[in-house]
Ligand binder design. Structure first.
Ligand code: ASP
Ligand code: MG
Length: 417
């Protein structure tokens, strides 16, 4: 079986959905599992709904209506007959969501988040599955939630591999086209969980691992894995082949084409990963597989914007050593702050962090009880793998450098915008 993953950008409108069908007709769909994300920016739009819900904003209803309307337009563009079952099925998902919002009693933000955002994937796969049937491509729609079992760490749930493995091997039909949701799972009590933003790639890897799939293909609006993000760098080039190790490094430093958790399960079973263009599906794209000789011979640039450079120094001139550092890291974990770079001297400790969940203010207050805290907001972290002098120039020219760190393969620079 082959696993194909299509992200939000590939199904952002009716044309996109038709194009997914075109891709399948071009490359084959016999023994395939499709993993699909929410359409376009639906997850972001549902985050607004959640915020409005907790803020008790009067915009709540309007923000919900916006998500409904967006999907309804796609339905109208895809199906001529407004009595088609798909309208009923999609409405049923939205009605479930409205019922949840009306009746929910839980004050747990992350729990509510997962129950709400999951509608995005449920609706997108419902639409795609119906559209394929309507166009003559029979398929098997699967609710992913009973198959991927997780803990109840909502918004960043951890997979229970043993149970999931058993459920997936029974729950997926061979020799047919299966369609399921990315990003979702469920906990012990069958409440919906999510695997972290952009987690649909990871879902594809989970299925691949559990089914011992032949390969995974992530279909993108770029030709494959590039050596740089074309939004920020000129002359980006395609990397034809890279090793799992290189891909993990690139994803870890923030190359957004592949979700960082995706590589590990694939690498364990040596399942090849392809990153290809859904616009030109017959082009080779990038292949990620085993092999130490697959290091790119060109520098790779990764940029993470909107970072915080935090420096802690001891109040009493004490060294910042193991005891302090472990305490600091325990706090980072507690406040779910992601650490992207570390540097320390005898009495000070600097980290580049990402405040994904808006917890920095609280964290800062706790740290300030023990350390002198200073920080720069809104800095950028540039990482160059396989750097050389020219590559360093590309990143550093005309910028204020706050910190630079160099190891054998990798150079990292923090700049002020
Ligand atoms: N829809 C989810 C998100 O936008 C998952 C994904 O796209 O991979 O984060
Ligand atoms: Mg998405």
């Amino acid at each position: 079986m082959k696993i194909f993953k299509f992200g939000g950008a590939s199904v952002k409108d009716a044309e996109g959905v038709k194009n997914v069908l075109h891709v399948l007709n071009t490359v084959g769909h016999e023994d395939v599992l499709l993993v699909i994300s929410a359409m376009g920016k639906t997850t972001n739009a549902l985050e607004v709904v959640i915020k409005n819900y907790f803020d008790k904003s009067k915009e709540l209803h309007a923000s919900l209506q916006e998500v409904r309307k967006y999907h309804n337009q796609i339905l109208l563009d895809l199906f001529e007959d407004e009595d088609h079952d798909v309208f009923f099925d999609v409405n049923a998902h939205f009605d479930d969501l409205e019922y949840f919002i009306r009746s929910n009693k839980s004050p747990n933000y992350s729990f509510v988040y997962d129950q709400v955002v999951s509608i995005g994937e449920l609706v997108s796969t419902t639409i795609v599955s119906h559209y394929f049937n309507y166009s003559g491509l029979k398929n098997n729609w699967i609710d992913v939630r009973p198959l991927i079992k997780t803990d109840n760490n909502y918004r960043d749930a951890q997979v229970d591999w043993e149970t999931t493995q058993k459920l997936i091997s029974k729950g997926v039909k061979k020799k047919t086209l299966n369609i399921t949701q990315g990003f979702l799972g469920s906990d012990e009590n069958n409440f919906t969980t999510t695997l972290g933003r952009e987690g649909s790639d990871y879902t594809a890897a989970i299925f691949a691992y559990c089914l011992g799939a032949e390969s995974v293909t992530i279909w993108k609006d770029v030709p494959g894995v590039l050596n740089a993000d074309p939004r920020y760098f000129e002359n980006a080039v395609l990397l034809n082949q890279i090793s799992y190790r290189e891909a993990i490094e690139l994803a870890f430093y923030g190359a957004s084409v592949i979700h960082p958790k995706t590589l590990q399960p694939l690498q364990k079973k040596e399942i090849p990963l392809f990153v290809k263009s859904f616009i030109n599906p017959t082009l080779a794209g990038t292949s990620v597989s085993k092999g130490a000789d697959l290091e790119p011979h060109t520098p790779c640039f990764i940029v993470k914007k909107n970072q915080l450079l935090l420096s802690l120094s001891s109040i009493d001139f004490d060294f910042i050593m193991e005891n302090h550092i472990s305490e600091i890291f325990a706090l980072f974990a507690k406040f779910k702050v992601k650490v992207n770079l570390i540097q320390n001297t005898a009495i000070s400790f600097s980290v580049c962090i990402e405040d994904k969940y808006n917890n920095f203010e609280e964290l800062r207050k706790v740290l300030a009880k023990k350390f002198k805290v200073s920080y720069n907001e809104n800095v950028s972290l540039y990482t160059i793998r396989h750097f050389d002098e020219n590559a360093a120039k590309v990143v550093e020219t005309n910028k204020t450098i706050l910190l630079r760190q160099i190891s054998r393969e990798t150079m990292q620079v923090i700049t002020k915008e």
